[in-house]
Design a protein around this ligand. Structure first.
Ligand code: RB5
Length: 148
């Protein structure tokens, strides 16, 4: 881990959930780099997914947490940026597994799918689970090879 910075972004569907996550991770000792948006107007999720992904791909932030209505669209956009491994999670087990097995560097969630309390549990599982390495590293290397 290069730093304890977590970039946060969302579309209009998840502004309140994003604020709660920012406060939560700050209380847990992480630096929340919240790149907005802050106003409720409709705004396209691909732009926000890309902006957050670039902060992670450049190593400015170690992790990214991105939100939209379902988490799906913003995840798809983030995963187009080289070096990003982002999974959508609606449960704690999946969040543990995308870190332990897939070495995910970004987490996506849907504010119209899960409630805020569930989202905070998922965030904790994501931030506090280490990559397992070993056979999982071989498989993650296969994902990385697909980028070239
Ligand atoms: C916006 O209405 C909605 O499409 C977006 O938040 C997200 O769910 C897309 O995947």
């Amino acid at each position: 881990m290069t730093n304890k910075r977590v970039v946060l972004s969302s579309d209009h569907a998840a502004i309140e959930m994003r604020q709660q996550i920012a406060d939560h991770i700050t209380a847990k000792g992480w630096e929340a780099v919240d790149i907005g948006p802050t106003t409720p107007e409709s705004t396209p999720y691909p732009a926000h997914g890309e902006a957050a992904a670039r902060r992670v791909a450049s190593s400015d932030c170690t992790f990214g947490i991105i939100l939209c209505g379902t988490g799906q669209g913003i995840m798809m956009a983030a995963n187009k940026v080289k070096g990003i491994r982002c999974g959508v999670c609606s449960d704690v087990f999946s969040a543990q597994m995308i870190r332990e097995h897939n070495d995910a560097n970004m987490l996506a969630m849907g504010a119209r799918v899960i409630d805020n309390a569930t989202a905070l549990k998922i965030v904790d599982a994501f931030l506090f689970t280490d990559f397992g390495g070993g056979r999982h590293a071989t498989r993650v290397d296969m994902i990385k090879a697909l980028e070239d």
